[in-house]
Design a protein around this ligand. Structure first.
Ligand SMILES: Cc1cc2nc3c(=O)[nH]c(=O)nc-3n(C[C@H](O)[C@H](O)[C@H](O)COP(=O)(O)O)c2cc1C
Ligand code: SF4
Length: 434
């Protein structure tokens, strides 16, 4: 596949070093989408987003328009923008928060107007010190310029936005834990159903939760029309999307690419994107959608960056994080590091997640440290099967949230793809990579 030369949507103004300022935002068409939206009926705005088929960019890939329409049956009280972004190797919202905070605020205002919400929150990961500062400054500027608050741009529509710092745990990105955190409580995911905060959300009221990048697409969609957005990409994977590329590539970073028209090979190897595997090495494996996703081998590198195609191939695009491993990577150590993260971040409410992650972590660690036994591989698969029965994809869930079924992914796929490498660790009593 050749690279398409579609103009960027969410990173359009990032070439300017002062892209985070109101001055630059206004000079590059900022708040024109909001002004346009305010001249439309709220239902028309929602219809444009529906026509765009904009898939949520937070991980689950649920269409934003459909989520809103489910909620529009009940009067929505709150809109919450999820900028908690704490998964290892996911760093695309961080970029938008620091470099284009007004774009997120404008998207939030458009969504608030479409759903007639009077109070919105932008929940930014607490460790994003610069991002929080810039988001708060941008919000203050937006208030001063009449873009937020009472009677926005003389339209009669009013909405307040609060920037809220995240509580310092990965689990606070899970939308119901985030709501608990916003309410000032410990970030524990809520029991489901209800599956969406539509019915019982913030303070028990109907609430929309959307990802930061999802919001950042809205000004463009309103200015150019939902159909123009849907004309980009293919099938249900419309528009462009930010991919956070990390690992053993020459040029790691965030790349905004047209969905479905670009492949993993393009992303990893194109000289203007990842630039290929560093040090002239070979591709051993890659994770197509963040730490929770099943791994792919080089045979999958020609798959398009398409939600359905990646799903059919047995994994997910998830949070848009693509992690590349070269032929010198110890897959046992890589899988161990991922499961260690989930173990440390488990909130502890569910036994399979709390206990399972700890046991899996211990057994993978002993294999990596050279004290493993051959039966450990079956033991690991058995423990993973207790966390997510069947070890299938999409995974079965026995826990309150999907952090639980995320635990087996790296372990199960690493064993399935590289069983021999695990056995070498066990037989030699040491990691062959040192
Ligand atoms: C453990 C866990 C962590 C999550 N972290 C985030 C996050 O940092 N940002 C995010 O937008 N969604 C995160 N999600 C997904 C959210 O629950 C939710 O689906 C998303 O914010 C909805 O936005 P979207 O529909 O625009 O994608 C997480 C989910 C889980 C289970
Ligand atoms: S699956 Fe894990 S993180 Fe999610 S609620 Fe249960 S214990 Fe907490």
């Amino acid at each position: 596949m050749a690279l398409t030369d579609v103009a960027p949507i969410v990173t359009a103004r990032l070439r300017h070093p002062d892209s985070h300022t109101l001055e630059r935002y206004l000079a590059t068409g900022g708040y024109a989408g909001l002004r346009r939206a305010l001249r439309m009926e709220p239902e028309q705005v929602a219809e444009e987003v529906n026509a765009a088929s904009l898939l949520g960019r937070g991980g689950a890939g649920f269409p934003a328009g459909r989520k809103w329409s489910m909620l529009r049956k009940a009067p929505v009280r709150y809109l919450v923008v999820n900028g908690d972004e704490s998964e290892p190797a996911t760093f695309k919202d961080h970029l938008l928060i620091e470099r284009d905070p007004h774009g997120i605020i404008e998207g939030t205002l458009i969504a608030a107007y479409a759903n007639q919400v009077a109070q919105a929150f932008i929940y930014v990961r607490g460790e994003f010190a610069l991002g929080l500062e810039r988001m708060q400054t941008a919000l203050n500027e937006a208030y001063e310029n009449g873009a937020v608050g009472r009677d926005i741009f003389g339209s009669g529509f009013s909405v307040d936005i609060v920037v809220h710092p995240g509580a310092g745990a990965y689990i606070c990105g899970e939308e119901t834990a985030l709501l608990e955190s916003l309410e000032g409580k410990r970030g524990f995911p809520r029991i489901k159903p209800p599956y969406f905060p539509a019915a019982i959300g913030l303070y028990g009221e109907p609430t929309i939760v959307n990802n930061t990048e999802t919001m950042a697409n809205l000004p463009w969609i309103i200015q150019h029309g939902g159909h123009a957005f849907a004309a980009l990409g293919e099938g249900s994977s419309t528009g462009t999307r930010l991919f956070a590329l990390s690992g053993h590539v020459r040029r790691p970073g965030n790349y905004e690419l047209e969905m479905a028209k670009t492949t993993f090979r393009d992303l990893i190897f194109a000289p203007v994107l990842g630039g290929g595997i560093r040090g002239g090495r070979q591709l051993k494996a890659f994770i197509p959608g963040g730490a929770s996703a099943p791994w792919f081998g080089p045979d999958k590198v020609d798959l398009p960056l398409d939600q359905d195609a990646v799903g059919k191939a047995g994994s997910m695009l998830g949070s848009g994080s693509v992690i590349v491993m070269d032929d010198q990577t110890c897959v046992v150590r890589a899988a161990w590091r991922i499961v260690r993260f989930f173990y440390r971040e488990s909130c502890g409410q569910c036994t399979p997640c709390r206990e399972g992650s700890g046991w899996v972590e211990k057994v993978v660690r002993r294999i990596e440290e050279g004290s493993g036994r051959e039966e450990d591989l079956d033991l690991l698969l058995d423990m993973c099967d207790n966390i997510s029965p069947g070890l299938s994809w999409p995974p079965q869930q026995t826990t309150i949230c999907v952090l639980g079924p995320s635990i087996p992914s790296s372990i199960v796929w690493a064993i399935r793809m590289f069983r021999d490498e695990f056995l070498v660790h066990i037989k030699e009593g040491a990691c062959p990579y040192g």
